[in-house]
Write a protein that binds this ligand. Sequence first.
Ligand code: ZN
Length: 109
Amino acid sequence: MPSNEVTAANHKIRLMNPIDFHYRPICSAPGCQNPAAYKVAASWSDGTSWELKNYGLACEEHRATQLARGKANRQALILGDGEVVGQVGLFELHANVRDAALKRLIDQT
Ligand SMILES: [Zn+2]
């Protein structure tokens, strides 16, 4: 396992939540072992709180296919009262960065 030291040293941004070391996330595409570079997600709100609904992770190679899968899953989602879900998009994935700080890459309908 690679040490966490390199990852930590390369991240200048420190956020409030406790640093949470995980293995480097892997792309969610079947059989793919590439490190994930993007999170496929949609903003979700119940009117009072906000979070990202996660539809999987994608490497550079699979970002288009994973995005398409996420969009298909999004279509199948049944929303409860007051729930709002935005478009599924790709978010740059950074170790130890909270969802709210992730940058939305593609925001198209
Ligand atoms: Zn992949």
